[in-house]
Each structure stands twice: as C-alpha cells, then as structure tokens.
Design a binder for this molecule. Structure first.
Ligand code: B16
Ligand code: MG
Length: 214
C-alpha cells in the first residue's frame, strides 16, 4: 500500500519518544500524596489526553471534591515533578530507527512536523536533540481543544502551509487517530490503542515502515 502525501505530522509521546514512565511517576507521586489509588492501567487512559483532563481521570477515585484552584495547583505540582524527571532524557532516548527514518523522509522531500497535546513538547524535543529539526510544531500551547478534536493537527498543517488532505499523521493514541480523521488527514497507527482501533487508514509494523508506504 502507498500513500501520496506531502507532509508527515508526528505525535510526540509514544511515537517519537517515550515519556509514559515519567508521566506515570509524576502522577503517582501526586496521587499518593492525596491518598488516591493510581496504577499503570489508569495511566494508560492518559495517553494523548491533556493535563487537566488527565487530572480529572485520576480524581475519579478521590473521596472528596476539589475546587478549580486546587485542581490547577495539583496539575502544576505534577508538571513540576514531570519536568524534573524529563531532565533525565537525552539524545540517547531517540532511537537510530526514528532518527534514520526522519532523515530519509526529509531526503525524499517530505515536510515534517509535530502535533502533540503536550505543553512540554519543545522542552522534550530539546532534550532528545530534535530542538531545531522539525519544519513546524503545534503543541498544547497552541490549542484550546484536545485530541480527538483535530485542532492540533490542523494547526500543524497550517504552520507547514500544506493542505490537510496532503498530510499523514502518525499516532499511538486512538484519540489521535480520530483527530487525524476529523481533520481530513490520513491516519497511520503505531503502537498503543491506536493500532487496530478500526478507525486508522493503516497499521504501521514499525516506525521505519513509513519508508515502505510513503
Ligand atoms: P503535558 P502526545 C500527550 O502527548 C501525552 O500522551 C499525554 O499523556 C499527556 O497528558 C499530554 O500530552 C499533555 O502533556 O502535561 O506535558 O502538557 O501523545 O499528544 O504527544
Ligand atoms: Mg501519543
């Protein structure tokens, strides 16, 4: 199968690099302090979901109601822990497969961008040595609606100056596949609950499988 596209928009967490364990540890520290049960299975539900929506999922198990101001303080506390943990990331966290595939796609003339819900996108890209690599970045700081809303991918396409129909999106979250389809883009599923979710255009066998279909 081949897709005729001009640009590829990549989700960040779970596609370009893996920050799940840091999200988990940071949410776990907050949940433990508040005495709320939290485990890796609940953490899986947070994939691709915005920070405040993630907090609401964790608070489903809370025994008391919290004010909006308390919730904002909790989200900030988690983010501070998370950013400390992200300092452990380095260019070693970018695999050769991802680096080589990105370079080959660029050599073939594709525009390459990021479409991530994370407000820490630029920090993470800097940590893994891709701070200046992408042609455009749309992230959690650019949007008011989280995936499955297409806003972040439409913003990314707009920043590239490419029609959404000429863009392929690579995602590990079902919400991200739905966002790509809602934006009129081709949705390529890699890992996570994206793969086999039934709404994707293609299941990637690996990151480098992109070179077989584009
Ligand atoms: P932050 P993606 C998402 O990134 C993560 O998958 C999700 O777990 C996280 O809650 C969200 O970013 C917000 O992250 O707290 O850093 O703004 O998968 O869309 O690249
Ligand atoms: Mg993701």
């Amino acid at each position: 199968m081949k897709f005729q596209k001009k640009a590829v928009i990549f989700d960040l967490d779970g596609v370009i690099c893996f920050t799940d364990k840091f999200h988990y540890l940071a949410w776990k520290a907050l949940a433990d302090r508040l005495g709320i049960y939290f485990d890796e299975k609940i953490n899986d539900r947070l994939r691709g979901v915005s920070r405040m929506a993630s907090l609401e999922i964790i608070l489903e198990r809370a025994t008391k109601e919290y004010t909006q101001a308390e919730k904002e303080a909790f989200a900030e506390e988690k983010n501070n822990t998370y950013r400390e943990l992200l300092k452990n990331m380095s260019p070693k966290d970018l695999t050769d497969e991802v680096r080589d595939t990105l370079n080959e796609l660029r050599a073939r003339g594709y525009k390459l961008s990021i479409g991530s819900s994370s407000k820490n996108t630029k920090f993470i890209l800097g940590q893994i040595g891709l701070g200046d690599f992408f042609d455009a970045i749309a992230d959690g700081t650019d949007i008011t609606h989280s995936k499955p809303d297409p806003e972040v991918f439409l913003k990314s396409a707009e920043k590239l100056g490419i029609d959404p129909a000429d863009c392929a999106v690579v995602e590990d979250a079902k919400a991200g596949i739905q966002a790509a389809k809602a934006g009129g883009m081709t949705a390529l599923a890699l890992f996570g609950d994206a793969k086999g979710c039934g709404e994707e255009d293609y299941d990637l066998k690996s990151f480098s499988d992109l070179l077989n279909i584009l």
